[in-house]
Design a protein around this ligand. Structure first.
Ligand SMILES: [Zn+2]
Length: 398
């Protein structure tokens, strides 16, 4: 806001206004007295800021509650649907889209499942269909834009996909250009694992201090590293391609061109392939493995638990290397249920540097079905809380 020198009075006022909005973003409702206490500022400043924001329609009164002996206190809350954002997750087998309000509530959900070996034209058609349905459900003046969470690494600063191991037809597809050209919307593009980490930070209110690793396991395997609320990423905004780190020298060929990558040992694609070979059934789906294994049957036990062992080893190595406070496992692999999660934990216990095991808690996120789409939407939503032109200086001009 003010890189050099002291903040000007006007900027202090703007910053205070955003602070009020950010407190109410993470709470259901608060009184002006509670807001003043929380922000350690005079009640008069809070009264002025909340009055302005109520006039703009971003905040509203939520009634009065009795206070101890004093006058009833008016409760203030954020108008969650003041603005909305579309989030879309592109995955090799499905496209999931949501319309989100400012608090990450899903207002509309659209999903299309894709058949295998789908060409680029059909993929684009499905993307367009999901987007149009969501656009139809949102008032134009409320829409902040669209966030896209995608699989596959970015090959350049403009985030064009490259070396998409799980879907080579998408190589060099420019997602941003497509959406901007087709819909004339504000577009943000992010890696799906990055988007899931954003979802934890922005809508699940992960703590500002401390660290966590998020492992996103589906058709591919990504790992996001988060320190003090900041996602660590590399060139072209890529987060960790853990799935393409080599775990078995001279192992199975990986679609990326190497051999023995983690993805060839534990991913939905590999579990499905092994199950097909076992049952001599080339059309068998991962869903059938899930149904059998999650209900306690042993038909695919060896295949699934071999994958759990490799995944546990990879997580253990990352814990030993970075010593995070927390590990979050997410992604489509969690369909395999608690039985699978326990096996992954056993493997982590077996391979992690013992002194660090007790330092790290391990949990799973069941919100994987929408978390990438919500995280992508948060890239638009957060502008209301970080960019003064949205909430203070009148309507934002895109
Ligand atoms: Zn690979």
């Amino acid at each position: 806001m003010c890189a050099k020198g002291l903040l000007q009075l006007k900027n202090i006022r703007l910053r205070n206004t955003l602070s009020v909005l950010n407190v109410l973003r993470t709470r259901d409702m608060l009184s002006r007295v509670e807001l003043a206490r929380e922000l350690n500022c005079p009640g008069t400043a809070i009264t002025r800021i909340t009055r302005e924001l109520i006039e703009k329609g971003i905040l509203k009164s939520a009634g009065f509650i009795e206070s101890n002996g004093g006058r009833p206190r008016e409760q203030i809350k954020l108008v969650a649907d003041w603005k909305k954002a579309i989030g879309i997750e592109l995955a090799p087998h499905r496209i999931t889209g949501i319309l989100s309000d400012l608090k990450g509530h899903i207002l509309v959900r659209e999903e299309i499942f894709l058949s295998e070996q789908l060409g680029i034209e059909e993929f684009i058609h499905s993307m367009e269909l999901v987007t149009r349905r969501l656009l139809d459900a949102c008032e134009e003046e409320k829409l902040l834009g669209v966030g896209i969470a995608t699989f596959g690494p970015f090959s350049s600063e403009s985030r064009v996909l490259g070396n998409v191991a799980a879907y080579p037809a998408l190589d060099y597809f420019d997602i941003r250009k497509f959406f901007e050209g087709k819909f004339a919307l504000t577009v943000q593009v992010a890696d799906a694992t990055y988007a899931r980490a954003l979802h934890e930070i922005w809508f699940n209110h992960a703590p500002d201090r401390g660290s966590f690793l998020l492992f996103d396991v589906g058709a591919g395997i990504g790992c996001a590293t988060v320190f003090d609320g900041q996602i660590v990423f590399g060139k072209y905004s890529n987060v960790g391609e853990l799935g393409h780190t080599v775990y078995k020298i001279d192992g199975e060929a990986c679609p990326c061109g190497k051999q023995g990558c983690l993805e060839t040992l534990c991913s939905i694609r590999v579990i499905e392939q092994k199950a097909r070979a076992l049952k001599k059934s080339p059309k068998l789906k991962f869903a059938e493995v899930v149904k059998s294994y999650a209900s306690g049957q042993d038909e695919f036990k060896d295949i699934v638990e071999d994958g759990a062992r490799w995944l546990g080893l990879a997580i253990a190595n990352q814990i030993s290397f970075l010593i995070p406070d927390k590990v979050i496992l997410t992604g489509e692999i969690l369909q395999l249920g608690e039985r699978f999660f326990k096996k992954v934990n056993q493997s982590i216990d077996e391979y992690v540097f013992p002194a660090f095991r007790k330092e790290t808690s391990i949990s799973k996120s069941e919100a994987w079905r929408e978390s990438a789409a919500l995280g992508a939407a948060s890239l638009l939503v957060r502008k209301v809380f970080e960019d003064q032109s949205y909430s203070i200086s009148g309507e934002h001009k895109a």
